[in-house]
Design a protein. Structure first.
Length: 278
């Protein structure tokens, strides 16, 4: 196995499987640096209950589901508070859109067939699929996961939607400020070579802190020129795009291990190009 990461300092932004990823980076000759950016995503039953009841009481013209876990959590909460049948009835009387195969599978389990689905698991893909639909004066309910989705909300507002209800069965506590600040400085000082993001929420958490410190523009420049951002898959890559990053690496196989192997292969190819030019 080639040592494509020899001499490279690779940041792991996730909180899961960090030991396995660190071992893989070391096997490829690199030095792993763990900087958890995930924060804490928690099941927000108390916080989401009023919005769930509002959906059941008032209904909606369209319901948009974005995660399979979110579908199941809302079902469980609706059962817990005694409104599951009413909740299911409301879903069945709306037009349903879904993002991602896990979401579609979760809906299928309860007999719901979405009328609109994305083609690639991303919010952008979902918006493309929704283009051409008449939303004028319609009410839309959006199930989100951990954080708001301003681009999706703006899409519906631009389409003339009269009312948008956002339901977040999971909510997010940001990562430790010291951790994110340390990473910002490491990137700006080019003390690291690549940053591996394993979820969209890590990307947005990182840039939310950066914007609060007015470091976002400098960091975007660093990512474009010196430090390589790496996304585990299309949804995470989409988050990088939303933050202004147009140079990044993403594996075809959306797995953490595949991400490290792809990164090693990238640096190996860069090294070979340099040797060819000598």
């Amino acid at each position: 196995m080639s040592k494509g990461l020899s001499g490279k300092r690779i940041v792991i932004g996730g909180s899961r499987k960090t030991e396995e990823m660190s071992t893989l980076i070391e096997k490829q000759g690199g030095t792993p640096i763990v900087r958890p950016l995930q924060g804490t995503v928690f099941k927000a039953e108390k916080e989401v209950e009023p919005d769930l009841r509002k959906f059941v009481d008032e209904g909606s013209d369209w319901t948009v589901f974005t995660t399979g876990a979110g579908v199941q959590t809302l079902l469980d909460l609706a059962e817990k508070i005694g409104i599951q049948e009413k909740f299911l009835h409301r879903i069945r009387t709306t037009s349903v859109a879904a993002r991602g195969y896990k979401t579609i599978a979760a809906l299928k389990k309860i007999g719901i067939q979405p009328v609109v689905v994305d083609e690639d698991g991303t919010t952008r893909g979902l918006m493309r699929a929704l283009q051409g639909t008449d939303f004028s004066g319609k009410k839309v309910t959006i199930q989100l996961h951990g954080e708001k989705a301003p681009r999706l909300k703006k899409f519906f507002q631009d389409q003339g939607v009269s009312d948008i209800l956002e339901i977040l069965p999971y909510q997010h506590i940001p990562p430790k400020r010291e951790t994110v600040d340390t990473l910002c400085q490491e990137i700006l000082q080019h003390d690291v070579d690549a940053v591996c993001f394993t979820s969209a929420i890590q990307v947005h958490s990182f840039f939310s802190f950066a914007k609060s410190q007015r470091l976002d523009e400098e960091l975007v420049r660093a990512f474009r020129n010196t430090v390589l951002p790496v996304a585990v898959g299309k949804v995470t890559a989409e988050a990088l795009q939303e933050e202004g990053i147009d140079r990044y690496l993403v594996p075809e196989n959306e797995r953490m291990g595949a991400m490290i192997i792809e990164l090693s292969r990238y640096y190996q190819q860069q090294s070979e190009k340099v040797e060819d030019n000598v």
